[in-house]
Design a protein around this ligand. Structure first.
Ligand code: JDK
Length: 254
């Protein structure tokens, strides 16, 4: 999987790319990330890449020329043009289904903007897929691009040490439920004990308990994820009630 990141701030990516999981994936040739400075394609003598919006208004707009030139040049660097993704608050929300779709690409170009956004002609000429990572305003596309890379590379075979763990993720595979509680040593911490069933060695009972806990936690926190599923949903009043219970089903004091 190859990523080409087009940005005015390539240095933002350095520490993320040096992180061990990604470093190992890059060293093993599973993932490749190339950084391209959009400013290198500025044609004016001051290397200016932003300008005031026509019609007036606050802030500056990223100019079409350096961006379009940069995308065209970067596309021609590889054997295939690649799938162009523009990070923007106006895009389709990133979810695990979108991540899975992106993971099927061989080459992805991630276009990161700055200022108050992109000159519209960038969209009209390049027809990128526009992706938002959530309904809040970042200062630019770089952090969103790292989110996309981070989520996608988990699905690249061999990137995670354990081949199974990405398939078992909260939002991967068939389940699409939140995960239930997990515990590791010690068995008792500050008086809080690990649920008995997890120590029982009864693998069927453990699987049943985990499935229940995952369903319960999803009902309590993200009932929206259960919409359109076959399982019966709890009525509203019971849902409200279950917010005040802990994972064992005990009432919490108020
Ligand atoms: C790319 C620049 C900053 C964008 C306009 C918005 C209401 C008008 C600043 N998921 C997500 N969130 N944010 C981004 C993202 C932000 C970006 C860029 C991606 C490029 N910015 C920006 C738009 C505005 N402003 C709030 C008033 C201001 C992706």
């Amino acid at each position: 999987m190859r990523f080409d990141v087009l940005t005015l701030f390539p240095e933002i990516f350095a520490s993320y790319l040096g992180q061990s999981l990604l470093r190992r994936a890059i060293d093993r040739g599973l993932v490749e990330v190339r950084l391209h400075d959009i400013r290198d394609w500025a044609t004016n003598k001051h290397k200016k890449v932003d300008d005031r919006p026509f019609g007036g208004g606050p802030g500056m707009v990223l100019m079409a020329e350096p961006v379009v030139q940069c995308v065209e040049a970067v596309r021609s660097l590889g054997p295939e043009p690649g799938h162009l993704v523009m990070l923007t608050p106006q895009g389709q929300r990133l979810d695990q289904a979108a991540v899975e779709r992106l993971a099927a690409e061989r080459r992805i170009l991630l276009l990161c903007g700055r200022y108050e956004g992109f000159d519209e002609r960038i969209r009209l000429l390049l027809e990128p897929e526009e992706i938002s990572i959530g309904d809040y305003v970042l200062n630019g596309g770089e952090v969103a691009a790292m989110v996309v890379i981070d989520a996608v590379i988990r699905l690249v075979p061999g990137v995670l040490g354990d081949e199974d763990s990405s398939a078992a993720d909260s939002f991967s595979g068939e389940r699409r439920l939140l995960e239930g509680p997990q515990y590791t040593r010690p068995r008792v911490f500050r008086g809080l004990e690990v649920p008995e069933v997890l120590l029982s060695g009864d693998h069927e009972a453990i699987a049943r308990w985990r499935a229940e806990q995952a369903f319960l936690r999803t009902c309590q926190r993200r009932a929206d994820l259960l919409a359109g599923r076959d399982e019966p949903r709890e009525p509203r009043t019971e849902q409200k009630e279950s917010r005040r219970t802990n994972q064992r089903g005990d009432k919490l004091g108020e």
